[in-house]
Unconditional design. Structure first.
Length: 193
């Protein structure tokens, strides 16, 4: 079992880097853990939000650039992406600009959305940059704040949260993995948007 000292050392030394990489890739669970770590005193909440913003914004800009430069070519090579691409198009038709602000909150389409938006000639790069920045800011504050408030609520219930922090961190990580697996299973069964 991981000791509290090892957990403390790991989070303090690598927490912001893990957060940056996790939010660059997708990262709801890691950002929740970042907010929880801030509540436990390992990280600073404002820095968690800033790092998450940088990771999220940068990752989605990269996916947009790749989509703009190589989107059609990559899509032709990866037939398995077509279902998610269709889902993003469906959301885009329904929600227009809101999808550019909120795609981070729709599980399973985060990486594909900027890629697909880049292939749409109506979506200009400057426009995406602005919406991406606003969306990344909202997402970073809401999800990190949610993790922080979750930790605060647990502290009120448990009184001595430090005593249970390992179990809580593992529980949140397992819950995130479980939600991801559930979404994968459900998305295979349900082909509509």
């Amino acid at each position: 079992m991981i000791t509290t000292d090892i957990l403390d050392s790991f989070i303090r030394n690598y927490g912001y880097w893990a957060l940056l990489v996790g939010t660059f890739l997708e990262g709801e669970t890691i950002l929740m853990l970042g907010g929880l770590s801030a509540q436990l005193g390992y990280l600073d909440l404002s820095l968690v939000m800033v790092v998450a913003f940088i990771g999220s914004f940068s990752g989605d800009q990269l996916y947009f650039i790749v989509g703009r430069l190589k989107g059609a070519e990559l899509l032709a090579k990866h037939q398995q992406w077509h279902e998610r691409v269709s889902k993003v198009h469906c959301y885009l038709e329904r929600y227009h600009d809101l999808i550019m602000l909120g795609f981070r909150f729709v599980y399973g389409i985060r990486i594909m959305t900027p890629f697909v938006l880049a292939m749409n000639p109506r979506i200009k790069t400057r426009r995406f940059v602005v919406f991406n920045a606003i969306g990344a800011l909202i997402w970073s504050v809401v999800v990190a704040g949610g993790g922080y408030l979750f930790g605060h609520a647990l502290e009120l219930i448990l009184n001595d949260i430090k005593r249970y922090e390992q179990a809580i961190m593992i529980g949140v990580a397992v819950l995130g993995l479980g939600l991801w697996l559930f979404h994968r299973y459900r998305s295979r069964k349900n082909k509509t948007c």
